[in-house]
Structure formats: structure tokens, C-alpha cells
Design a protein around this ligand. Structure first.
Ligand SMILES: [Zn+2]
Length: 214
């Protein structure tokens, strides 16, 4: 299912929460932000959510690696061939850069960038004793590397997300945040269940794909 559809459902859930709970603009914005992000986060395992800008950035980084590595290798070779000058460190650096450029796929660089954000959250959760933040960081750091519609599309992930939401609710001292986060996440799994590919709700215990045709 398309990211825009998940986003629309998530926004609707946040709006409903804003109306249901005592209203303030700040709280309304929080509900919508939490539910929209929750409705999208399960697809951190696929290129659909991480495409566009991040994809362009990783493409750029990839090309930068290959070109810098290639230029450096040429420079080192020319220096050696023409002037007989040997730069051991630069030889190692340039070859490593070039090889990394060849090995690392753009997708891997993109995933690495997302994981970096996750690691920053883990660190900040670790230093401030916020376990929910460590959980969120782990989710963001690991999800990009998982097979699409695998672990993130399960009841286990939904439970973990609920726990993260509960931590955020305590942090913000705002009723309903955990419920909104869980509802947003569940809405994603339910919406994907309505697609032909379905969702393996109990993966890896039971690899059956659940589908619902309307
Ligand atoms: Zn999905």
C-alpha cells in the first residue's frame, strides 16, 4: 500500500484523537504527528518510505565514493609512475575508498543513513535513561535492513511500538499518546492486509500471509 494512503489514515486517527481528548492546538499537533509517523514507520523496511530525497543523497554519496576513490588511485599511480614517489597511506586510503564505493550499494548507504539516526536516538536514550527512546532507536536502526513486510509487519512489532508509545506518553504527560501510536501502527498492518500480498502477522512463528479482500 502506498505511503500516502498510510499517511492519510494516520492523520485521520490523530485528528479523531484531537477531537476525543480535551482540545488544544499543541495536543492536536502532537496526536497527528505521532499517529502519522506510527502509520508510516512499519515501512521503514522498504524503499517506498525511504526513497526520494534520501535515495538521491545516497546516490550522490555513492558516486562521490567511487569518483574520489578513482581519482585518488589515479593520482597515487601517476605520482609513483612519473616521479617514483610512494605514498603508502594514500594508497591504502584511495583503494579502500574505491572498493567501498564498488561494494556499497546505494540502498545500503541509504539504510546506513537511517540507521545512523537510530543510533543517535539509542545513544540519547541511553544517556538519559529513557528505555522507550532506546527502543525507538533500535527500531529505526534495524528496520531498514529487514526484508520488506517481514518483522515490522507483525503483532510483535505492534506491541513494541505500543511500548514505545507508552514511554512517550509518560514523557509528554499527555493522555492517549500510547493509544494513538498503537492505533496508527495497527492501521498500517490492517491496510496492508487488504492488499493482495497480505501481511504475515505472526512471522516468524507462522509464515502465513493474512489477506482480506473487500
Ligand atoms: Zn507496509
Amino acid at each position: 500500500m502506498k505511503g500516502s494512503t498510510h499517511l492519510a489514515i494516520g492523520t485521520a486517527i490523530g485528528t479523531a484523537a484531537a477531537i476525543y481528548y480535551p482540545f488544544s492546538w499543541k495536543h492536536a499537533a502532537l496526536y497527528v504527528a505521532v499517529s502519522a509517523f506510527s502509520a508510516l514507520s512499519a515501512d521503514l523496511d522498504g524503499p517506498s518510505l525511504l526513497s526520494s530525497k534520501l535515495g538521491k543523497l545516497s546516490k550522490l554519496l555513492h558516486e562521490l565514493l567511487v569518483w574520489t576513490g578513482g581519482l585518488l588511485v589515479s593520482a597515487v599511480l601517476i605520482l609513483y609512475a612519473v616521479y617514483g614517489i610512494e605514498h603508502r597511506e594514500w594508497t591504502v586510503i584511495s583503494v579502500v575508498l574505491l572498493l567501498t564505493g564498488f561494494i556499497a550499494k546505494e540502498g545500503a548507504i541509504r539504510n546506513g543513513l537511517v540507521s545512523l539516526v537510530g543510533c543517535a536516538l539509542i545513544y540519547s536514550g541511553w544517556t538519559s535513561d529513557r528505555y522507550w527512546l532506546i527502543g525507538l532507536g533500535l527500531f529505526i536502526a534495524i528496520a531498514p535492513w529487514l526484508r520488506h513486510r517481514g518483522l515490522t509487519h507483525t503483532v510483535w512489532a505492534a506491541c513494541a511500538w505500543g511500548y514505545i508509545g507508552l514511554g512517550l506518553e509518560h514523557e509528554l504527560q499527555l493522555d492517549g499518546v500510547a493509544a494513538v501510536a498503537t492505533a496508527g501502527y495497527m492501521s498500517h498492518l490492517i491496510a496492508d492486509t487488504l492488499t493482495p500480498r497480505g501481511v504475515k502477522w505472526l512471522y516468524p512463528l507462522w509464515s502465513k500471509s493474512f489477506k482480506l479482500r473487500l
